[in-house]
Design a protein around this ligand. Structure first.
Ligand code: GDP
Length: 193
């Protein structure tokens, strides 16, 4: 078990200019709501509900930082995409993401992108992925909720995901059964060492 201790540290909004001065190495978890991000973070933290799913994800405009082992930040970065309905909110979120990644890019060791293993990658996913690539940060794809699929389906999902996210490392996991969580922990430990 790589994560021995984890505590909530702070929330950061666009006004929190001092975040630039935080010196710890960082892993950022990002993607749209309902993909299993909070569950995954709680699973690797070995906590039940330290990371909370927002009941109003479209209103969330802050990044939440957790201190791991007193040494690293693991950050929950929200993203939402109902752009048509919530244009101003989407713009707010986009600016939080781009500002945050720019401010923290020298410390960020991985941007962990969660992809639901049951859903084909959608046009919007690709847009977001391309947008994230522009920051030139190392990316790790985590294929979530694999307990919902048969082994054969997991293989298919992996094959299609590796076509879409060509060249990126992909780890399939289940927060429910803890399958492959150990592999994910190993990878995070490695990149932070
Ligand atoms: P978030 O909005 O990305 O933080 O997503 P949540 O972690 O809140 O998960 C969204 C829904 O998916 C919840 O109902 C979870 O219980 C469910 N979920 C998350 N991870 C898994 C998983 O590994 N397996 C299954 N079967 N369900 C999951």
């Amino acid at each position: 078990m790589f994560i021995k201790e984890v505590n909530f540290y702070r929330s950061v909004t666009l006004d929190s200019q001092d975040v630039f001065f935080e010196k710890k190495k960082e892993i950022v978890f990002v993607w749209r709501s309902n993909v299993g991000k909070s569950s995954l973070m709680n699973t690797i933290f070995w906590k039940k509900d330290l990371v909370r799913t927002s009941s109003k994800p479209w209103k969330t405009r802050e990044a939440n930082l957790f201190v791991v082992n007193n040494k690293y930040y693991f950050t929950d970065l929200p993203w939402y995409w109902f752009a048509k309905l919530w244009k101003d909110l989407k713009e707010g979120l986009d600016s939080l993401i781009s500002w945050y990644l720019e401010e923290r890019k020298h410390n960020i060791k991985y941007v962990v992108i969660l992809v639901d293993s049951r859903l084909w990658t959608q046009e919007k996913d690709l847009e977001m992925y391309k947008y994230l690539l522009e920051f030139d940060l190392p990316v790790l794809i985590v294929l979530s909720k694999i307990d919902k699929l048969s082994n054969n389906e997991v293989s298919k999902s992996l094959a299609s995901t590796s076509k879409v996210f060509f060249g990126q490392k992909i780890i399939p996991v289940s927060s429910s059964t803890k399958d492959w969580i150990h592999e994910l922990e190993k990878e995070l430990k490695l990149v932070l060492s």
